[in-house]
Design a protein around this ligand. Structure first.
Ligand SMILES: [Mg+2]
Length: 412
């Protein structure tokens, strides 16, 4: 339910909106405010943007008793600065933002104007306002954050998800709630999410049974097979493989691009991380240690006399087990479930994605994309940072302060 627009309040004070546009140079804002200073007006709001050295500065001030001298002075300073200016009388402050607020992040690689037009068109169709637009990153993706009000975020998400798929861009809709700024727990799937590829297939390569294992994996990821059954079946094909094959796979294992940047950046902000995997502790524990991950849950391969037995020790971490691990880790971390983020790509991540405050389908199977809050289809895990309202510029500045150069992943 969205509340109607508030009516202008007759008792509100008269105000003046002064809008400067022109070439940006040092001292512009200072010159403008020095001009306003002698008139004793109160500053109600200021917004400034600079695009490719062109500045737009809007200043909302209370109206002086006599507007003429202020207006003349403002035109004079604009002339001196070689800028254009508009002075408009009005009443009161900005209209307050309507209920039903969300952040809509549009990600494109590249972001084409046709796609952006379609997305903002669908937002307009709902009757919502776009209150503010801000760029979060230009590299490796173009990420634009829209502050939207006046429509239900859940309904908006469904509408924009369809349009995003059609336009082949990613659109994340998040309710503008306090958790976006809060200390969070990020729970990640491992295979094809935190790392590239599927560990069980790499083990199968070592064992020489890849085609057999891959067939079962694909059916499981499509949701056609019960995960536990399929896992036990695949692991049984590995019976007899020397445990040293696990070291060989560890050496070949590649993180998804941007994984280290995401973890490093968000750990600086006090985020905690968990990995929850249908894969194997023999590799996920090493990953957790390498990346400084706080919690990990996975399946343990049984090893006897230096060889895999083809069995798993204890209960299998399956689709339900992944969601259960998310709840358990949130509790242990002292973080409300609403402040958790889950990232995954497969059918066995579905429960975990829906249990999280924000579920992100990362380069996911279609069935997962349809169910998740948000889809990210660019191959960079650090894109998640931009969805949280942190800009690439801030990431690079924090790295520079720590003496690190932010890695630049190669473009697709
Ligand atoms: Mg996966």
């Amino acid at each position: 339910m969205v509340s109607p627009l508030p009516l202008p309040d007759d008792s509100a004070p008269k105000t003046v909106l002064i809008t400067f546009t022109g070439k940006d140079r040092p001292g512009v804002t200072s010159a403008i405010f020095s001009t306003l200073a002698p008139y004793g007006v109160e500053v109600v709001d200021i917004e400034q943007i600079v695009l490719r050295r062109r500045l737009v500065l809007g200043v909302l001030v209370t109206a002086p008793r006599d507007l003429t001298p202020l207006r003349d002075a403002v035109h004079q300073v604009a002339d001196d600065l070689g800028m254009q200016v508009e002075v408009e009388r009005g009443i009161g402050d900005n209209r307050s933002r309507r209920e039903g607020r969300s952040h809509v992040t549009v990600l494109g690689m590249p972001l084409r104007s046709r796609a952006f037009a379609a997305i903002v068109g669908r937002i307009a169709d709902t009757g919502a306002n776009i209150d503010r637009i801000e760029r979060m990153a230009r590299y490796p993706v173009t990420a634009i954050d829209l502050h939207v009000s006046g429509t239900d975020p859940v309904a908006l998400r469904a509408i924009l998800a369809r349009e995003a798929a059609h336009q082949q861009v990613d659109v994340a809709v998040q309710p503008a709630e306090i958790w976006r700024h809060g200390r969070r727990l990020i729970v990640m799937d491992v295979d094809s999410t935190l790392v590239q590829g599927e560990v069980i297939e790499m083990l199968a390569e070592e064992a020489g049974c890849l085609p057999e294992v891959a067939r079962v994996t694909e059916a499981a990821m499509r949701g056609e097979l019960d995960f536990e059954q399929s896992l036990r079946e695949r692991v049984s094909l590995l019976a007899g493989l020397p445990a040293t094959a696990l070291d060989a796979v560890w050496e070949r294992l590649l993180l998804s691009p941007g994984a280290r940047t995401m973890v490093r950046t968000l750990k600086r902000l006090g985020y905690q991380f968990a990995i929850v995997s249908g894969g194997f502790t023999q590799l996920t524990d090493r990953l957790a240690e390498d990346l400084g991950i706080d919690f990990a849950a996975a399946n343990e391969l049984e090893i006897v006399d230096g060889h895999l037995t083809g069995r798993i020790i204890g209960d299998v971490v399956d689709r339900a087990g992944k969601a259960e691990a998310l709840r358990r880790f949130a509790q242990e971390a002292g973080i409300p479930q609403a402040a958790t983020i889950a990232i995954g790509d497969g059918a066995n991540d579905l429960d975990m994605l829906s249990a999280a405050g924000l579920g992100i389908a990362f380069n996911a199977k279609p069935v997962v994309q349809q169910a998740a809050d948000t889809t990210v289809n660019v191959p960079y895990l650090d894109t998640i940072i931009y969805l949280l309202g942190i800009s690439r510029e801030e990431v690079e500045a924090a790295d520079a302060a720590a003496g690190i150069v932010t890695p630049a992943p190669p473009l697709g």
